[in-house]
Design a protein around this ligand. Structure first.
Ligand code: NDP
Ligand code: MG
Length: 389
């Protein structure tokens, strides 16, 4: 039986992986699971999946994890090194679903010849995409996109040769503020931004979806995954979240990937790839849906998208900075320390303060730039806190 490890096993993606495995237990035996701070949730996940090893990033939770796993025969470890061990353990497939740049080092540690990585963590590609893809190729590791848009595009790309691709389109739901005025958006509180209309996801990506930074991060993600230039990538708002991604070819044909908004669908695709596996996910009923709608994103109300686009065009270390500053700003917004538009303003101000430079050529270089951007963004917080109140 093939072996699977899941990094970020207790999160929203981790839960969807569990659902897919419950439908298809014959697919994998679980080798390792890794989580951040919640020892009880990680122990429960490890037991439910029959994992052999559980790793918690927070060293302080090690004793609680060990106690919760007593009698299960599951080995455990705590601290960043334990998460790296979980990534390196022998497995055919590794799901990368830690949130944020914290997932970069463990995901790269999972690269090994013949291994597949089902990549949910888009921040890896934003922070260090050129290095990440080159390193995966160098080590003979295949990257399979879990992110729904990229998974749809990955499937649609199989309809024609790369040289015949004219344009790649990612759709965006538009988030909870799609129909709100700029003033209403400016007053939005974390609980408003956390109410995503279509998807149930972790807090960080839900806020990114509300600012549309998520779509900006995803354009950068697509640039690296599919090696396409910025001018061939576009984002379109599609409130129903049924058409996830489209590939336009030079003959006028357009191949698209459709499914109901449920992450189990792209996860099942990656876990079974290049085969297919049956899932119990709800099926798409076009007649019941009636209509699908599309509109251009409003970059005046959602400036994060144009900011990410300008970074996409610039290349270099800017994307690493954008990602790090966004992580700090989203956390500050969730803590009620800054207003909603403060998120984009802090990212922009951080980009203004740090001189550009070449794209990171190693995990170490990416983490160095990431740390500098985090410190810069954190130092800017008081200024934006004052503006918000
Ligand atoms: P969640 O916040 O729900 O889960 C994050 C997971 O990462 C948890 O298991 C958390 O454990 C763990 N974690 C956090 N920090 C560390 C660390 N330093 N070391 C090890 N584990 C850690 O996030 P999501 O599942 O929503 O998202 C995960 C990734 O997938 C993100 O990059 C997101 O952009 C991407 N993604 C998510 C989608 C979704 O539908 N949710 C869709 C497309 C992409 P703990 O809770 O204990 O801290
Ligand atoms: Mg997505």
């Amino acid at each position: 039986m093939k072996r699977l490890s899941v990094l970020g096993a207790t999160g929203s993606i981790g839960h969807s992986v569990r659902k897919v495995l419950a439908d298809a237990p014959e697919l994998y035996q679980v080798e390792a699971v890794a989580g951040g701070r919640d020892a009880a949730a990680l122990a429960e996940t490890a037991r439910a999946l029959g994992a052999r090893f559980a790793a918690l990033s927070d060293p302080a939770g090690g004793a609680a994890l060990k106690a919760a796993l007593e009698g299960s025969g599951i080995a455990s470890g705590a601290g960043p090194e334990a998460v790296m061990e979980a990534a390196r353990r022998d497995a055919d497939m590794v799901v990368s679903a830690i949130v944020g740049c914290a997932g970069l080092a463990p995901t790269v540690a999972a690269f090994a010849p013949g291994r597949r990585v089902a990549l949910a963590n888009k921040e890896c590609l934003v922070a260090a995409g050129a290095f990440f893809m080159a390193e995966a190729a160098r080590l003979g590791t295949e990257i399979l996109p879990v992110d729904s848009e990229h998974n749809a595009i990955f499937q649609a790309l199989a309809s024609g040769p790369a040289k015949a691709v004219e344009k790649i389109t990612l759709t965006a739901s538009g988030g909870p503020f799609r129909q709100k005025s700029r003033d209403e958006i400016a007053r939005a509180k974390p609980q408003d931004a956390l109410k995503h209309p279509n998807w149930s996801m972790g807090a960080k990506i839900t806020i990114d979806s509300a600012t549309l930074m998520n779509k900006g991060l995803e354009l950068i993600e697509a640039q690296h995954l599919f090696a396409v230039p910025a001018e061939r990538l576009e984002a379109v708002v599609h409130p129903e979240s049924v058409v996830h991604g489209l590939v336009s070819f030079i003959d006028g044909s357009v191949a698209a990937g459709l499914a109901l908004p449920d992450m189990c669908v792209p996860i099942a695709h990656c876990l079974a790839w290049p085969d297919r596996v049956a899932t119990s996910c709800r099926r798409l009923d076009l007649v019941a849906l009636g209509r699908l709608t599309f509109e251009a994103p409003d970059e005046a109300r959602f400036p994060a998208l144009s900011l990410a686009r300008s970074v996409l065009g610039q290349g270099g270390v800017c994307a690493t900075i954008l990602n790090a500053a966004n992580e700090i700003a989203v956390a500050a917004f969730l803590e009620g320390r800054i207003g909603f538009y403060g998120i984009t303003e802090i990212v922009e101000a951080t980009l203004d303060r740090i001189n550009g430079g070449p794209a990171p050529a190693s995990v170490g270089e990416a983490l160095e730039a990431d740390q500098l951007a985090r410190r810069t963004a954190a130092a800017l917080l008081p200024k934006f806190a004052a503006k918000a109140s």
